[in-house]
Design a protein around this ligand. Structure first.
Ligand code: NOJ
Length: 542
């Protein structure tokens, strides 16, 4: 039988602090701003807060380009504020995990400055340097996440360095044991301060393909991850660091199959606790229900009882779920509740991204100047250089721009939604006068209270966490439906994922069941009922 663990039963709330709450009026959120909203976070019933990177950084990629792992960036405030935040989180009986970004640093990190200073510098080998090909071109044809090549030429030493992301984010050379030791030391520093774990940024990218050969389809970029050697690094990290603390770890693992996923999070593997895979958020532009069902089933079959999956439909890199996978217009509230229900009732640890609990939506800014996301801006410039029209490219990139999720938290209907008294670092979503926390707290049918109730039910019934998964109506194009069972508890989830009504033409006797969650005023009966657009119901038998 599956082992029960605190982190398997946890609900995680992600705080993108720079867009959460600004207490200084400089237009950027800060860690004191998080302290001031802890009661709000706690009231949702979540257990763990995941805080995006807050370390010293030139901020080319919003903190994912770290120039000093041991200090807090000025925008976030300072170490004393971080320590205070950690203490307050613990006082409220919650836990705090931080982002561990160790595939790359900033090009302004002193290690990289030294590394690039000369070929024989002792830190040269801390990063990945290669000679040009004979014709002077880059060592291979690989594409990076944010640029057409993974290689950047350095005039001074006439070699190229490797970067999986922006030019300003050189990859560390994990083959070098000194690098690994230094990272483990840094991890211990934060764990000894009392943090409760890590969300590990692109952790499966640490090991590179040996020999760096050209590839046939550079645009897939999947050769960047899951390479031989990765498990040795993670096992070493576990042994040297993680096993000595009671912590929760979630790895960001792009391009992973459930079979490979188990190698990272298998209960017997001594690597990570759980992972984010991206079969939904990277590979599906909008809701494709047959595919979504197939993904859920395959991951369940691959992992159940042997490793723990995660469930999320948005974060700081992925457009808000209601805009991308639901209907952020006519059925915003209904579809937000429905999608939230899936996240919290499918097998895996659920994540709530700030603002999701009030149904915040994506944005549609008029010009490229309104956008800040380096991934989007680089892609835009790349396309413009090919001679394409700006308006066309902008339209194409809008839906998946990471800025959709990065606009500030909407607290109330005051100017700038109560987020800041200054100029927000990124434009506000103009709909904040209608969609905000204050409004949600005043409305007993709000998405917020639906989430709060759902999370409290999750705590009450173990079937949410440990139940199996039995889908029915698998070929239905609009209705998603599954049972889950665990030690005498049984759940039935029925969701009409469409803007149209649909009939639930299946025989199930719900007379002995409790209608646990629903987003329309409906009766208990289910068989052959008409389901409203974006209607969801959860029944429970005990
Ligand atoms: C994944 C992070 O979530 C994203 O925001 C960042 O740009 C890349 N990793 C690079 O660190």
């Amino acid at each position: 039988m599956e082992q029960q663990k605190w982190w398997k039963e946890a609900v995680v709330y992600q705080v993108y602090w720079r867009s959460f709450n600004d207490t200084t009026g400089n237009g950027t959120g800060d860690l004191q701003g998080v302290v001031e909203k802890l009661d709000y976070i706690k009231s949702l019933g979540v257990d763990v807060i995941w805080l995006n990177p807050f370390f010293e950084s030139p901020d080319k990629d919003n903190g994912y380009d770290i120039s000093n792992y041991y200090s807090v960036m000025d925008k976030a405030r300072d170490m004393a504020t971080f320590e205070h935040l950690l203490k307050e989180v613990h006082k409220l009986d919650m836990k705090l995990i931080m982002d561990l970004v160790v595939n790359h640093t900033s090009d302004q990190h002193p290690w990289f400055k030294e590394s690039r200073s000369s070929i024989d510098n002792p830190k040269r080998d801390w990063y990945i340097w290669k000679d040009p090909k004979e014709d002077g071109s880059a060592p291979n044809n690989w594409r990076s996440y944010f640029t057409p090549s993974t290689w950047e030429y350095d005039d001074k030493t006439q070699q190229y360095y490797f970067h999986s992301f922006a030019i300003e984010q050189p990859d560390l050379n994990w083959e070098n044991p000194e690098v690994r030791e230094e990272i483990y030391k840094m991890m211990r520093f934060w764990l000894d301060k009392g943090i409760d774990g890590f969300r590990m940024d692109v952790i499966n990218l640490l090991a590179k393909v040996e020999g760096y050969p050209d590839v046939e389809e550079p645009e897939t970029i999947n050769y960047l991850g899951n390479n031989p050697g990765i498990h040795n690094y993670l096992k070493e990290m576990y042994k040297q660091v993680l096993q000595h603390y009671d912590v929760f770890t979630v790895g960001e693992i792009p391009f992973v199959t459930p079979e490979d996923g188990l190698l990272y999070v298998g209960e017997d593997r001594q690597e990570l606790n759980t992972l984010f895979h991206f079969e939904v958020c990277d590979d599906m532009v909008q809701m494709d229900l047959p595919r979504f069902k197939e993904i859920q089933k395959r991951w369940y079959e691959g992992m159940f009882g042997r490793g723990t999956n995660s469930q999320f439909l948005n974060n700081h890199d992925h457009t808000r779920l209601v805009t991308r996978f639901g209907n952020d217009n006519e059925y915003r509230k209904e579809s937000a509740k429905l999608l939230g229900t899936l996240i919290h009732t499918l097998p895996g640890i659920p994540y709530v991204f700030q603002g999701e609990e009030i149904g915040m939506t994506g944005v549609d800014f008029a010009t490229i100047e309104d956008y800040q996301d380096i991934a989007m801006l680089n892609k835009y410039n790349e396309e413009i250089e090919k001679g394409r029209a700006g308006t066309e490219v902008l339209e194409e990139l809008k839906l998946l721009s990471r800025d959709n999720s990065r606009t500030p938290m909407q607290w109330d209907d005051r100017e700038n939604a109560g987020f800041t008294t200054g100029n927000p670092w990124i434009k506000m979503n103009p709909n904040y006068s209608d969609i905000n926390v204050k409004q949600a707290l005043d409305d007993k049918n709000s998405i917020f209270y639906y989430y709060q109730n759902m999370i409290s039910l999750r705590k009450k019934y173990k079937v949410f966490t440990y139940g199996d998964y039995q889908p029915i109506l698998e070929d239905h194009p609009a209705i998603y439906c599954y049972f889950r069972e665990y030690e005498g508890e049984k759940l039935l989830v029925v969701a009409n994922m469409s803007d149209e009504e649909n009939v639930f033409d299946y025989l199930v006797d719900t007379s002995g069941a409790k209608l646990l969650l629903h987003n329309y005023a409906v009766e208990n009966d289910l068989s052959y009922s008409k389901l409203n657009p974006h209607e969801v119901r959860v029944y429970l038998w005990t």
